[in-house]
Design a protein around this ligand. Structure first.
Ligand SMILES: NC(=O)c1ccc[n+]([C@@H]2O[C@H](COP(=O)([O-])OP(=O)(O)OC[C@H]3O[C@@H](n4cnc5c(N)ncnc54)[C@H](O)[C@@H]3O)[C@@H](O)[C@H]2O)c1
Length: 329
């Protein structure tokens, strides 16, 4: 559902490389786009109308790869039609919509997953294991950076710059990943403050944001996002009482680690290359398929995980200190 950038780069590949799924149909509001994707991947059915697609009994599950504005209404319609859903991030434009999605998922006993790729990246999985097994000691400080030149680097879609279609700017688009990954590594978030500003683009949503977090276990965190920088920067830093980790660049993640029990501060550097069929986005899609095929409740990237990140973002938008001081955002 939606055959733009993310569907073409990753979702379709996830289903194509899964032994447990076949792609039945594709639909896009722009018919040519759907037809192009269909011919590229040998998909036989192209639906003009999403409602028709929902009536197709040969379809068990739908990937929702449309602008953010449609995530909630289409997810709810798909769930009501008895389909499982893999929805793109952010799960919805606001919390009212997100909670309605949760209600529909529960009512229809369906699987909903959110496409959070970093949770499937080998480097991040390794980091989680090191943290959970205590190698870093108590985690005191975490930082998540996600910056690039803006959505125009990846897609022709202009909807990213509309509050009504996207829900916000760089924070909801990019910060959602860092918030989710830090929550996954550390635990639930208790409190948040932040600043959002429009610094370089003529748009009505923020192109830069910074937020500070307090986790329930006391750990402090920082997240920064930008649509204004020339190079892509994706970085997560974890500081514990016994060691630290630095993860950079997804999907080819490098991990730097040093541990306090090594008195010479030996730096361990590992590179994990999750590319091609092993790309973390693609692995996320295959995990979704496996959950459905094996009748398993997803253990990661759940709808609740999607809602938790959105709760943090909405809190920042409502209490944006830059706005309170008269910033144009
Ligand atoms: N998980 C990630 O890392 C990641 C990365 C990039 C994008 N995304 C998310 O994926 C979603 C899509 O982003 P994109 O970059 O592919 O955007 P895009 O603009 O390239 O593609 C969106 C497609 O949806 C189609 N569309 C729009 N409204 C529709 C409707 N009502 N019904 C059917 N089709 C419709 C458009 O014609 C377009 O082809 C967004 O929610 C974005 O946040 C996630």
């Amino acid at each position: 559902m939606g055959a733009g950038n993310i569907a073409r780069r990753y979702h379709i590949k996830g289903y194509v490389t899964s032994s447990e799924a076949d792609i039945v149909a594709v639909t896009d509001i722009v018919k040519d786009v759907a037809e192009q994707a269909a011919s590229e991947y040998g998909i036989t059915k192209v639906y003009d109308d999403f409602q028709e697609l929902l009536q197709d009994d040969t379809i068990d599950a739908i990937s929702i790869c449309v602008p953010n504005q449609f995530h909630a209404p289409i997810t709810i319609a798909a769930l009501e039609a008895g389909k499982h859903v893999l929805v793109e991030k952010p799960v919805a434009l606001n919390l009212g919509e997100a909670y309605a999605m949760r209600e529909a998922a529960q009512k229809n006993n369906a699987i909903v997953m959110v496409e959070y790729p970093m949770r499937f990246d080998s480097g991040y999985l390794k980091a989680k294991r090191l943290i959970d097994e205590g190698y870093l000691g108590d985690i005191v400080l975490v930082k998540g950076t996600w910056c690039h030149g803006g959505p125009e680097m990846y897609t022709k879609g202009k909807w990213f710059f509309s509050k009504e279609l996207a829900g916000g700017g760089s924070l909801i688009d990019l910060g959602v990943h860092s918030i989710d990954i830090l929550r996954w590594l550390i635990g639930d978030i208790k409190d948040v403050t932040g600043f959002c500003s429009t610094l370089t683009k003529s748009i009505k949503v923020e192109d830069n944001a910074i937020i500070s977090l307090q986790f329930k276990n006391g750990t402090l965190g920082l997240v920064d996002t930008s649509w204004s920088v020339r190079s892509v920067q994706v970085r997560t830093e974890i500081y514990g009482t016994k060691g630290r980790l630095l993860l950079q660049d997804s999907p080819v993640t490098s991990i730097e680690a040093d541990f306090a029990d090594d008195l010479h501060g030996k730096l361990i550097i590992a590179h994990t290359k999750d590319t091609g069929d092993n790309d973390p986005h693609v692995k996320c899609v295959r995990h979704f398929v496996r959950c459905i095929a094996e009748g398993m409740k997803p253990d990661t990237a759940t709808l609740d995980d999607g809602i938790a990140a959105l709760e943090v973002i909405m809190n920042v938008y409502e209490n944006n200190y830059a706005t309170k001081k008269g910033n144009p955002v």
